[in-house]
Design a protein around this ligand. Structure first.
Ligand SMILES: [Zn+2]
Length: 239
């Protein structure tokens, strides 16, 4: 696994606004504090989410982009790319692979974060079909599309996007975690980021207790000392 000191840029690819904050925000705050540049690529606008029946659906997408932008600021991220795919209907198409390969070539990250394409039978909510589709397309974009000059040759010929090799991928929420990041000291910023998704978390009175329990169990699973909180990942070498 690469040391954070070897990392200049990290690209976080997620399906919906708020996925990054539930799964990774505590770790991202540590990365940006260390001077690493972090960019978000959010595939859908989460326009099938929310609970407020009185709000016109057309207003959901811009609201959720705004909430995600505010949440990103809580953990030191200001560069967000929204791909605008329809929420709930994402498939791992060649078109999505190309769109993600383009973003990878533009951002040129050393490390990427993306959902797991595998269904986690222990935590069904984390295996939403959009998450699995984005995870599958993202890993295909990491290998081979972004690095292969002959994959989507128009990216290079028409847009001038040169091939790029991502050296490592981190998958939160997958069925086989092998790395645990202590987020005890950045937990308050993760909470602030989650609260910024007001349309999603405004009604969740138990959110902080729920998250503390969840992250404490991850810390215990990772062998961290009692009282610590952790986010967990399956780290894959992709270089
Ligand atoms: Zn999601």
């Amino acid at each position: 696994m690469l040391s954070d000191s070897e990392i200049q840029r990290i690209l976080v690819i997620e399906a919906h606004p708020d996925d990054v904050d539930f799964g990774v925000a505590g770790t991202i705050a540590r990365w940006t504090d260390a001077g690493i540049e972090v960019v978000y690529c959010i595939v859908t606008d989460g326009d099938a989410g929310g609970h407020d029946e009185s709000m016109p659906r057309a207003e959901i997408a811009p609201l959720r982009r705004k909430e995600q932008t505010a949440a990103a600021a809580c953990v030191g991220v200001t560069d967000l790319r929204f791909l605008g795919y329809p929420d709930g209907r994402v498939e791992a198409t060649l078109g999505l692979r190309k769109d993600l390969a383009r973003v990878i070539r533009q951002v040129r990250p050393d490390r990427a974060v993306c959902p797991s394409p595998d269904r986690n039978y222990a935590r069904i909510g984390v295996s939403h079909p959009d998450h699995r589709a984005v995870g599958s397309a993202a890993l295909d974009a990491i290998y081979p599309d972004a690095r292969n000059p002959y994959a989507f040759p128009e990216l290079r010929e028409e847009e001038g996007q040169e091939p790029w090799t991502v050296r490592e991928a981190w998958l939160p929420g997958g069925p086989a975690p092998n790395h645990y990041v202590d987020v005890t000291d950045t937990f308050h910023r993760k909470m602030a980021a989650l609260r910024a998704h007001e349309s999603q978390t405004g009604h969740m009175d138990e959110l902080e207790d729920f998250l503390r329990g969840w992250l404490a169990r991850a810390a215990a699973q990772g062998g961290l000392p009692e009282g610590r909180l952790a986010e967990m990942f399956q780290v894959i070498e992709t270089g």
